[in-house]
Design a protein around this ligand. Sequence first.
Ligand SMILES: O=C(O)C1=C[C@@H](OP(=O)(O)O)[C@@H](O)[C@H](O)C1
Ligand SMILES: C=C(OP(=O)(O)O)C(=O)O
Length: 428
Amino acid sequence: MDVTIAESAVRGTAQAPPSKSYTHRAILAAGYSEGATVHDPLVSADTKATMRAVEAYGGIVDRSDESELSVTGFAGRPETPDDVIDCANSGTTTRLVTATAALQDDLTVLTGDDSLRSRPQGALLDAIEQLDGRAESTRDNGQAPLVVGGGVDGGTVSIPGDVSSQYITALLMAGAVTESGIDVELTTGLKSSPYVDITLEVLEAFGVTAEETDGGYAVAGGQSYDPDGSAYHVPGDFSSMSYLLAAGALAADEELVVTSAFPSAQGDSAIVDILESMGATLDWNRDDGEITVERSALDGVEVGVEDTPDLLPTIAALGAAADGVTRITDAEHVRYKETDRVSAMAEELTKMGAEVEEREEELLVYGEETDLRGATVDGHDDHRIIMSLAVAGLVADGETTITGAEHVDVSFPGFFDVLQGLGAAVGQ
Ligand SMILES: O=C(O)C1=C[C@@H](OP(=O)(O)O)[C@@H](O)[C@H](O)C1
Ligand SMILES: C=C(OP(=O)(O)O)C(=O)O
C-alpha cells in the first residue's frame, strides 16, 4: 500500500499506543504462568506472533476484548507445538520463544518472513547449546528457520551483548522455570540495555526475581510466574511516541499533546531529552502522562543510540529538518533490525534531498545542506522507516509517497489515521 503525505501542519491530542516491548513480555509471562490478564495490550502484527507462540505451547489467549487479553498459561511446562511457529516480522518473538522452545524435550521449528529470516540468532543458539539443549539453524547460517529443543534445565552461558539484548531477555524469562536457573555472563558490553530493565520490571510484576550481576545477569530456577493481583497493565510506547513528538516539533501550528506518556523503564523516553537538546519547546507532565510540544526551530544534535536503537530513524528525520549537523553514533546494532536502518534512512532521506553520510557505526545528516522535497520513497517493509519518512514528509516541499506503508501494523496499527486526525495531509 502506498501512502502520500503532503507538507502540512499538525495539532491536537493523540494517545500513544501501548508498548510493544512490555506487551510481548506480559503475554509470554502470562503464558509461563497459570494464567493472567494483560490490560491495555498492544494488539499488532508483532504481538500477535507472541500470542500465537503462547498458544502453540498450550496456552490460550482470549482476544475477544482487545483492551484486555485473558491468557490461560502453560504454567512453565510448554507442550510440543503441533506446527511450526510463524514469528512473522518479530525479532522479539523469535528470540524470546527460542528460549521457551529450549525448555521442551521435543523440537520446535521457528520461522518468519524474509526480514526475520535474515536476522542474527547465532549467539542465542550457541547459548542454548552451552546449556546442553539442541539449537540449529536449518541453513546453518545462524538465521531462522530454527530447530530448538532438548529440555534445558539451567546452567551458565557466555554470550555477547552487542548484537541483541533480546537474547538476554529470552534466557532470563525461560531460566526462571528451569530447575537450576541461568547465569548469563556477557563477553562484551551490553547494547540496548534498557530493554533488559524492562524485562526485569515485568518479571518482578509476575513475582519472578532476576538480577544484574558483576558480569551479566542471573535468574534462579524453580520460580513460578504469578502476577500480583493476576492482572498486568501495559504502559504507553515511547518509540511510537517519538514519531508523534517529532511531528509536533517540526509541524505543529498549535500545541500537540501526546497522552499515555507515563515514566517506565523504556530507554526510548530519551526522545524527550533529545528533542529538548535540539531546541524543541516541550513539556512532560509525568504525573498526568502528557507531553506537550510546539513547533520549534531545531538544531542538529550529536546523540549515541547504544541504548536506544529504535530512535535512529526518528532522529535522522529530525536531523534532516534541523539546522546544522546531526550525528548519530554507536549505531552498528541498528543494522540488525527489520532492515539495515542506518543504510535505509541514508538512502531514503537522500531521495528527499537530504545530505547524509553513512559510516560503519554512524549516520550523519547535514541539515544546513538539506532542502527536503517530496519524493517517492521505499518504506523497506520496516515500520520505523515508514513512520520516520512520514514525519519528514510533513515538512518536505510537495508530496511524499511511501511504499509498503501497511507495515506500520507491526508496532503502530492506525498510525496514518492518527496522523490524519492531527491534521496532516495524508492520502491512504
Ligand atoms: O526487547 C525488546 O523489546 C527490544 C529490544 C531491542 O532490540 P535489540 O536488543 O535487538 O537491540 C529493540 O530494538 C526492539 O525493538 C525491541
Ligand atoms: C527491532 C524491532 O523489533 P523486533 O526486534 O522485535 O523485530 C523494532 O520494533 O524496531
